[in-house]
Design a protein around this ligand. Structure first.
Ligand SMILES: Nc1nc2c(c(=O)[nH]1)N=C([C@H](O)[C@H](O)COP(=O)(O)OP(=O)(O)OP(=O)(O)O)CN2
Ligand SMILES: [Zn+2]
Length: 125
């Protein structure tokens, strides 16, 4: 038992990638093929190890970029998932990372500077 056991520590990394998509259900211009510069922030929660870190920033960045983000970069997102909204992309990134052994606690995806979707794991009962 340590005096910091009541604290929750989160480490975050940010990424940018560029991709095209279309949203067939959209009543406006977003039904047409167009692109975004996506910004992604991923969180890892956990206890500090003997080095005093949750996870090494560089290690997290390299894993998430290599396993999850780079395969999306300069692609058509509709080839990776149906109906690639920011919400569905955030879930896709969390699940893809999970499948690669990277346990993210939350993912935020900015589709534009003003619009973002976020997903996080529900607290376990
Ligand atoms: N809840 C969501 N709504 C919308 C999403 C989404 O992912 N989740 N996505 C879109 C489109 O992808 C659209 O391209 C988003 O563009 P918009 O926010 O309109 O941004 P613009 O840069 O095109 O803004 P303007 O100011 O209108 O030029 C739509 N909705
Ligand atoms: Zn769009």
């Amino acid at each position: 038992m340590s005096e910091d056991d009541d604290l929750l520590v989160t480490v975050s990394q940010e990424f940018e990638f560029h991709a095209a998509h279309l949203l067939p259900w959209h009543p406006g211009k977003c039904a047409n093929l167009h692109g975004h510069s996506y910004r992604v922030q991923v969180d890892v929660e956990g206890a500090l190890d003997e080095r005093g870190i949750v996870v090494d920033f560089d290690e997290l960045a390299a894993m998430v970029w290599g396993e999850v983000i780079e395969p999306l970069d300069h692609t058509l997102l509709n080839d990776h998932l149906d109906n690639p909204t920011a919400e569905r992309l955030a879930i896709y990134i969390l699940r893809k990372a999970e499948a690669s052994g990277i346990n993210l606690s939350a993912v935020r995806v900015w589709e534009t500077a003003k619009s973002l979707a976020a997903v996080r794991r529900r607290a376990q009962e």
